[in-house]
Ligand binder design. Sequence first.
Ligand SMILES: [Zn+2]
Length: 421
Amino acid sequence: MREDVQDAVNRVDQHRLWQRLTEMAQIGAIPGSGVNRAAFSDEDVESRKLLISWARARNFTVAIDAIGNLFIRRAGSDPHAAPVMTGSHMDTQPRGGRFDGIYGVLAGLEVLEAIDAAGAITRHPIELVAWSNEEGGRFAPCTMGSAVYTQAKPLSEFLAVKDNEGIALEDALARTLAATPEAEKRELNAPAAAYIETHIEQGPLLEQEGKTIGVVTGIQGLRWFNVEVFGESAHAGTTRVGARKDALRDAIAAINALHELTRDATDTVRFTIGRMLVTPNSPNSIASHVLFSVDVRHPDPATIARLGDAVEPTVRKAVKHCSVKVTVTLHDDPCVFDSAVVEGVERAAQALKLPHQRMPSGASHDAMYMARVCPTGMIFVPCERGISHNEAENATPEDLAAGARVLTAALLELANREPRG
Ligand SMILES: [Zn+2]
């Protein structure tokens, strides 16, 4: 490792990172060490102000765009070079933990501080981004800030979305933007040279394998469906079994067939029926209507395409007595990260002698949208028993700092890359 890079890595301060995570966790704290910090809420605003105060203490510049994504920049030597970016989100699930999202933001700030303290000169600016509304718990859908930033979706599509209390996103967003007037306004889709996001794994693999760093190779593909089975309600005591149109019986047959379809000796396929509505849902009435959800995921593009495309035919074949309707509710193709970024993260983990392994991400992240516009990668660190989206979410100060050190080395390498062509 180059001496200047090593110097910056050495300045990553485990204690400062942990203190800041602890301080942020008090904003929206809920019983059981959890956090409830919904997008564009008072708590979100408070966390933004705290982040900005830390950034300004170091004289980093602060900017904000129309969806409220917050950018904190340390300048580079080349005024024409696009920033090398890192970051994650500060919002949480309603009963979220202290690390999901906020770790990637504060690790990014720690890296900026370490690089600054080392006096490193980088060609590209290095920029920390805190994406708006990643969780989608208050305003659906999720990963909204990165979707709008990358122009995958227009902001106008989301302005009328309302929360459970009837508050429109447009109004909550306007309040959030007004609360940080010190941030200069930034256009959407400003160019990015590269992006690396650090995040807790939200799964048990690293802990089980005794590894500190997950070198993330991509984000698995995801297909969601609603399946509706239409039968006919009748009396459970009087109607012959042979004469029934039993929507629940056919739904169970369809679910069994889907389990067969997704059976996988390598245990890589993720298949879930998480929701089922039965009508009229009475013990002595034959079900007239059943709706169930299907969630199937896989990192390999060919496999997820095959499985996703087979859902409707499999259901139709299994349903014998009723009619059926299958609706696609979400379709995210797998995202494969840039090989140079993945290798850069791997090299950094190796040089720092941290046990590491390559792995896909099971969960969606803002990195999915960034991968569409610039070379992108992610760094995972272990979380206790893989628990996330839960108050009990936990991680060690040592692992969190290790992730920030890998990020420092990987970002510095990218920020000093010579321009192409
Ligand atoms: Zn997250």
